[in-house]
Design a protein around this ligand. Sequence first.
Ligand code: AMP
Length: 459
Amino acid sequence: MTTFNTLPLKPALLASIETLGYTEMTPVQAQSLPPMLAGRDVIAQAQTGSGKTAAFGLSLLHSLDPDTIRLQALVLCPTRELADQVSKAIRKLAANIPNVKLLTLCGGMPLGPQLASLTHDPHIVVGTPGRVQEHLKRGSLHGGGIKVLVLDEADRMLDMGFSEAIDDIIGRIAKHHQTLLFSATYPDEIRKVSQRVQREPVEITVEAPVEEKPSIEQRFHEVDPAQKIDALAQLLAGEHAEHALVFCNMRRDVDAVAEELDRRGFSALALHGDMEQRDRDEVLVRFANRSCSVLVATDVAARGLDIVALPLVVSYDIAHDPETHTHRIGRTGRAGQSGHAITLCTPRERPKASNIEELLGAPLAWRPLKVAAPRGKTLNLAPMKTLVIDAGRQDKLRPGDILGALTGDAGLKADAIGKIDVFATRAYVAIRRELANKALEQLRAGKIKGRNFRVRPLG
Ligand code: AMP
């Protein structure tokens, strides 16, 4: 029912599909291909991995006439990386159609070679809006014969400020063309764009499959090495990260990054293999009881971390290999909760990002990041504070004893008290930060199990 040969596709395209090993259509393909092949405008909600590229690729190749040397299909993408991926995918689908000329035209690439390759019109152009607009304006690209316009990842193109460029491009190409709009999300702006540029579009949304993994939103930012710490602080402040794990590749960077974050007003701690067991335990306790909001760690050290779902994982240094990256990312979005994974990458580290992309088999979500100069210290402290009591199981101390001492005699309410961890000779109790001093006084003035133990605040 959902095989490709139920579609009225050119035999050359069916042959490519077979070579690629696609046996069944994906849901997006099954829903979008029939109206697209019938020439209708389509607006489809489709994520990376949904098979959207093959969907619009097949459709535009189906209506392409290779004997007419004119630009017939234009695909606009938000980034060069995505444009490269899309070009590759379309080339594979076009493998059995002779003489199809496809050009990728992106910003950030020198204009000269692009102009040279435009001496004859290509059939298909895949590119980023700014550069495509520039070629249309210069007259090096002619849009009069365009039959299909694809807006891929339209939401991201709007996010990146390409709205005007897209409108201008549409004003410069053939009036009657089919417009295929793909977007991961449908905010109001996308609906407005659709209303502006599409004619009676067929709307397609695909229910996420039930067995889908918890959603992890991955983002990649290219940053200058000198700006990394500013970028990290800015991201952490912006995400209101109350519980974030930050990975560094080297131990010495773990300390430096944690110290700098602390200096800038975050409740940040370092975790690495060089630490004494006792210090490690203490750091893990403080991260788990929410009195440390940012934990900076090496991959090895983070193995001992047993936290169910972290809302945010940041790779301060991009992982050396894609498997390590996947491991890191796996620490967020657990237990059905959504999570964010942010990776910083310097220009020199781009090859590592390419390896990750290859393993994922999907384009990475590169997002521009404007790093502002640090604005002095702003407090982003953790919601809790830890008090440590110099007594533990050896003193027959139990969590209930500590709770009793804190709440008794007009003390704290139970909801001001967080996690209590009792070790052999020490115990840790998390208290809501604004009440920590009160708790300290209460414990120092009164007694725990009828005895006076030393109590001090951490951090
Ligand atoms: P996309 O959502 O366009 O990024 O595609 C995700 C991946 O799915 C790509 O690696 C495609 O090669 C692959 N793909 C697309 N359509 C199919 C299909 N019908 N069957 C199997 N794999 C597919």
